[in-house]
Structure formats: structure tokens, C-alpha cells
Write a protein that binds this ligand. Structure first.
Ligand code: GRG
Length: 306
């Protein structure tokens, strides 16, 4: 896939090790930031966050931070957790009856199935300002200049907003039941899934105070990885099992969604995901930051099994 000369990593062990660190940081952060929220908000919010998941976005942020020369610190963990909080809100809202109307997420009943629709909507919404507070707190703890702190929060908001994740979600919903050409499908997913994954890598670089060239390379890496990740998601919806995925397999077909396997076939979609992963790695190589971990994460995004 790429001629990059970095050692192969045991990606499962790597993800597990990073995941444990992220989960502990999330628990600490929620204890602190949810202190002022009533139980009716805090309980479903905690439920959604604690349900688990791969924690790929914060892991990417931490790996990008190190690749950009940053030293592991609590501040960057806060930033990474902030991204995961936005991701978690998006999953809670995505599962609502007015959107994908799903029963299972991260191997558990969806938040609205467990707490009701109103509580899930409110808890999801409460996670958005919490995420901004986490990123701001992290950038303060990192000792970044005030203007640099604002840049981190803005980057997260832009990626999660109308030109990114939220806009992509709406386009995805509107495309249900319609024939969609490949370039359109790619642009929907570059926004819906890719923007937050790219921001994860980018925020890692910004948290390390990296120069513009490095941040741009991390962005390009994250964008290509994001597309690889979404293609793999579509493939898993066809080939995976609900128990392993922790969400309902086959839902895309039920909802009449356009998908990469539907347009390219399963093998064609896998090849396309591999090509995106190679593109992601090439972006890093051009800037001399193709660390073993970032390379392994790109390959994992394309060929994951859950
Ligand atoms: C108001 C229109 C509007 C939208 C609200 C709901 C929403 C915002 C956005 C949804 C975007 C979305 C659900 C993107 C996620 C795509 C995706 C592949 C999710 C699965 O991510 P994983 O596999 O999940 O990383 P885990 O559980 O491992 O964290």
C-alpha cells in the first residue's frame, strides 16, 4: 500500500493502550465538567460517553500531537476528550427516531431507548458546550497563547458545524432513497465523517504548536483517513455482525442509503479504502512525520473489523 519504512505495529495493542488512557481522562473530565448539571442531564450524558467505542478520534489526536513533536500531557488529553464528546453527541442524535432511529449503539441500547427521546436530545446537546470547554481547558493547561486557544476551539466548531459534520449529516439524510454518484457520496462523507477525523489530527498538531506545513499535512492525512474509515464503515454494514459492531448491521440497506459497496462492490470499496489510506500516509511522508503509529492508524481505518 505504501513503501514507507516504518516498523509494523501491533495495532490492536496500540489501540487498547491508548483507549485505556482516553477512558480514564474522559471519566475525570466528566466528573469535573458535569458537576453543575442536574442528574437528568448528567446521567444520559455519562451513559452515552461511558458506553465505550473505539475512541479513534482522541487516539488520532494524541498520535498526531506526538508526531508533531508534542510531549504527552494532561492538556492534550483534554483536547482529545473534547473531540470524543462531540463525536458522542453526534452518535446520540444520529440514533434518534427523527434520524437513523436505531436501537443499538456501542453494544448497548441507544441513549433514547434507555432514557427517552427528550433526555437523549438534551444530553447530546449538553455534550457540545462541554466539548468546547474541554478543548479550551486543555489548551490552557498546555500553556498555549490565548489566540492559539481560540484557534483550537474554532477548528473543532468548524469541523462539527454546518460546513462539516452537521451539514454532511443533513445531506446524507436527504440522499436516502435516491441514486447518488460517487463524487457526491464522497463529498457527503468528507463532511459527515471526514471533517471531525481530520480535525482530530489537526488539533493534535495545533496542540503541539506545530508549524503550518505540519498542520496541513496532518489535515490532509486526516481527510484521507476519514474517507477510508467511512468506506470501511459501509463495508462493515454489509459484511459485519451486529454483535461485533455494537450497532445494527444492514441498517444502510434498510434505510435506502447510498453506500460505497453499492457503487463499487465490496472488493472495489476495499480497494478504494486502501487507496485513501495510502494517500493519507503519503501526505505525512511529504512532511517527514510518517510515524509508525499514524501509519498503522491509517491502515487500520481502511481495514478495521469493527
Ligand atoms: C442536526 C442535521 C443535524 C445533525 C446532528 C447527528 C449528527 C449531528 C451528525 C451525525 C454524524 C455521524 C453520526 C457521523 C458518524 C459516522 C460514523 C462512521 C460513526 C461511527 O464512528 P465510530 O465507528 O464509532 O468511530 P465508535 O462507537 O467506535 O466511537
Amino acid at each position: 500500500m505504501s513503501g514507507v519504512a516504518v516498523p509494523d505495529l501491533d495495532v490492536a495493542a496500540l489501540l487498547e493502550r491508548r483507549r485505556a488512557v482516553v477512558e480514564a481522562a474522559l471519566a475525570r473530565l466528566l466528573d469535573e465538567l458535569l458537576r453543575d448539571a442536574p442528574p437528568a442531564v448528567a446521567q444520559p450524558a455519562r451513559y452515552a460517553v461511558a458506553a465505550g467505542g473505539k475512541r479513534l478520534r482522541p487516539i488520532l489526536c494524541l498520535a498526531a500531537h506526538e508526531a508533531a513533536g508534542g510531549t504527552p500531557a494532561d492538556g492534550v488529553l483534554d483536547v482529545a476528550c473534547g473531540i470524543e464528546l462531540i463525536h458522542t453527541y453526534s452518535l446520540v442524535h444520529d440514533d434518534l427516531p427523527c434520524m437513523d432511529d436505531d436501537d443499538l449503539r456501542r453494544g448497548q441500547p441507544t441513549t433514547h431507548r434507555r432514557f427517552g427521546v427528550a433526555a437523549a436530545m438534551v444530553a447530546g446537546a449538553a455534550l457540545i458546550p462541554l466539548a468546547c470547554r474541554a478543548v479550551l481547558r486543555g489548551s490552557e493547561r498546555l500553556g498555549l497563547e490565548v489566540s492559539a486557544r481560540a484557534v483550537l476551539v474554532r477548528e473543532l466548531c468548524v469541523a462539527a458545524g454546518g460546513g462539516g459534520m452537521v451539514g454532511g449529516q443533513l445531506l446524507d439524510l436527504r440522499a436516502e432513497g435516491h441514486a447518488v454518484a460517487l463524487p457526491v457520496l464522497e463529498s457527503i462523507h468528507r463532511a459527515k465523517t471526514g471533517a471531525l477525523l481530520a480535525a482530530s489530527a489537526r488539533l493534535g498538531g495545533l496542540a503541539a504548536g506545530a508549524p503550518a506545513g505540519v498542520v496541513a499535512a496532518l489535515s490532509a492525512y486526516g481527510e484521507a483517513l476519514g474517507l477510508a474509515f467511512q468506506i470501511a464503515d459501509d463495508v462493515l454494514d454489509v459484511t459485519g455482525e451486529s454483535a461485533r459492531l455494537g450497532k445494527t448491521a444492514g441498517r444502510d440497506v434498510e434505510l435506502g442509503k447510498a453506500t460505497f459497496p453499492a457503487l463499487l462492490g465490496v472488493d472495489g470499496a476495499r480497494r478504494s479504502a486502501d487507496a485513501e489510506a495510502a494517500r493519507a500516509i503519503a501526505a505525512l511522508e511529504a512532511e517527514g512525520i510518517a510515524t509508525a503509529e499514524l501509519v498503522a492508524l491509517a491502515r487500520y481505518a481502511a481495514r478495521r473489523d469493527r
